[in-house]
Design a protein around this ligand. Structure first.
Ligand code: CA
Length: 562
């Protein structure tokens, strides 16, 4: 009905309808069950919906209602958006608008890349999604273009180049639209880039600000780097979309590892790598920072999503950030000031005795010392992290975070590899883990876990033999939706972890599920399609059979509703 009224308004040239997607609609996004206007199902990145038509009792009747070929063989990690009956989705090279009820394509725009580009963007050829604002659709491209399209037609409105591929930069992030400013961050820390977070004018594409995630000597935080040009290649990429608190008018954005992985070559804490930055969205000014892993030598990163909620802390409601770091600790931070409130390991780890609650700093173990001395060590988590980018969800009713976790220890030994423009720059040799270093607690290679944020206690977990690479979605229907690399998209009981429904999508699920409601029907959508990560598991016959099928977008509803 709403769509019909809107179409009539456009016909009558009523501008209010054409200029869709206001700043207020984005602020209210987490409560808007008829649309999915934000990355993360809300500025708070909770990935939680109050819809409950699909629930523990009815989910057994969930069926696909349509599927759409993404015509792309790379990893499909994009989160779709839905606005007034139109679904928007991206791949690494294309952006599409599709009728959300029927799957009929409305428009599709394909980007042209030079073939040699893929040599430099080798390790993350994907797009994690798009942003909507003021009738425009925004995306970042692998070749570092930030682009605005007319959301109705797909016509390109502006395109601004943020950085050069030849220098190792690429972009996979879903942009964040805040009050008319389009915020993006870069990928490519493993090429010795210098990370940045940028703000662009949504109307013109003009860059309004750039905040480097690596401070150089002479700048605030610059004394945490050695003299010389180390900071110019200091890494700190920012490839996961930040969250936004409208009341505090603050954006929270995570930063990646310092470059290279060899910490001996860059003595100091290396600010602001492996940190969370609290930013003023108008200027990019850093209000405060908290560094998870000073002088990170294990590619732990701090890019993972910053989930916002108000939760009880010692009996008082506190505005917090919840963050499951690749370093294996689940952090709760006061987002008004950056003060650490809790940090508990959520996978077996061997690099820190604890996180000191007074200083907020990790108390590292002798393993870190031996690593710095040049010994081959078994690090847990390994470079893939206790949790990778795969975004968690938070259900305010259960008070639990639903997190895809890993236990994939790795052997690491520092090397003196020098930086060279356009070359992968690890500064460490990787191999099988030194078994004697590893934690003794038995743990499956991966698991979906329901975690209590303040205590770190795991209420339940579902083991998996393969990494879990997609996002989770929590709903008031008491469900957690989550996909697996073997191709299954599943609904779990949010209280027990029991599998209540499963559907084989034909390829590994690395997407980020969303849900919305239209004309009394609740829909769930997810992309499927395993690209880059399958090489990790080349001997896995079951996985191989699902790989070549390419990318699809699947949309589901209850069989008696549609
Ligand atoms: Ca990294």
């Amino acid at each position: 009905m709403k769509r019909f009224i809107c179409a009539a308004a456009i016909a009558a040239l009523v501008p209010a309808c054409a200029a869709a997607q206001t700043a207020q609609e984005l602020i209210d996004g987490s409560k808007d069950t008829g649309n999915v206007v934000n990355y993360g199902m809300g500025y708070n990145l909770n990935r939680f919906s109050t819809l409950d038509q699909i629930n523990k009792q009815t989910v057994k009747n969930l069926r696909p209602v349509w599927a759409y070929s993404l015509e792309d063989l790379q990893s499909q990690e994009s989160q779709p958006l839905v606005y007034k009956g139109i679904l928007y989705v991206s791949t690494e090279k294309a952006t599409m608008a599709v009728d959300a009820k029927t799957g009929r394509q409305i428009w599709k725009v394909t980007l042209n890349y030079p073939p040699e580009m893929y040599r430099m963007t080798c390790c993350g050829n994907n797009s994690r999604g798009v942003a909507l604002y003021d009738g425009k659709l925004f995306r970042a491209a692998l070749d570092n273009r930030v682009i605005a399209y007319d959301a109705k037609t797909g016509k390109e409105l502006w395109s601004t180049k943020a950085a050069e591929v030849k220098d190792g930069y690429s972009m996979t992030v879903a942009p964040l639209a805040v009050n008319g400013i389009i915020i993006v961050g870069n990928s490519g820390a493993e090429y010795g880039t210098r990370g940045f977070i940028d703000g662009y004018d949504a109307q013109t594409g003009k860059r309004l600000w750039r905040t480097h995630t690596v401070a150089c000597p002479g700048e605030p935080g610059g004394d945490t780097w050695p003299a010389g040009d180390a900071c110019q290649h200091g890494g700190g990429s920012a490839w996961v979309t930040g969250s936004y608190d409208p009341e505090l008018d603050t954006v929270y954005w995570g930063t990646g590892n310092p470059g290279s992985w060899n910490p001996v070559l860059r003595p100091g804490d290396n600010l602001y790598t492996s940190s969370v930055l609290a930013l003023d969205p108008k200027t990019g000014k850093i209000k405060w920072h908290y560094q998870f892993t000073p002088a990170d030598g294990f590619d732990f990163d701090g890019v993972n999503e910053m989930v916002l909620a108000t939760i009880p802390v010692e009996g008082q409601p506190r505005k917090v950030i919840m963050h499951a770091n690749r370093n294996g600790f689940f952090y709760v931070i006061d987002r008004t000031n950056g003060k650490l409130l809790a940090a508990h390991a959520f996978v077996p780890q061997n690099w820190a005795k604890e996180i000191d609650m007074k200083t907020g700093r990790p108390v590292t173990t002798e393993l870190v010392e031996r690593y710095h001395k040049g010994e081959n060590v078994g690090s847990s988590p390994g470079a893939f992290g206790g949790k990778n980018w795969s975004p968690m969800s938070f259900n305010p009713t259960t008070g639990l975070a639903y997190v895809n976790t890993h236990y994939l220890p790795l052997g690491m030994k520092i090397s003196a590899q020098p930086w060279k423009q356009g070359e992968l720059w690890f500064g460490a040799e990787l191999g099988p883990p030194v078994m004697s270093d590893l934690p003794k607690d038995p743990h499956p290679p991966a698991a979906l876990k329901a975690i209590d944020p303040m205590t770190g206690k795991v209420k339940w977990m579902v083991p998996d033999k393969r990494p879990r690479w997609g996002g989770t979605l929590a709903t008031k229907g008491g469900l957690v939706f989550d996909g697996e690399l073997a191709g299954d998209f599943k609904a779990f009981d949010a209280d027990t972890g029991q599998v209540l429904w499963s559907f084989q999508t034909g390829s590994g699920v690395e997407g980020q599920p969303v849900t919305w409601e239209a004309d009394g029907v609740q829909y769930v959508a997810v992309t499927s399609g395993m690209g880059g990560v399958y090489w990790l598991y080349g001997n896995d016959a079951e996985l191989k059979s699902t790989v070549p099928q390419g990318g699809m977008l699947w949309v589901f509803a209850l069989s008696d509703k549609r």
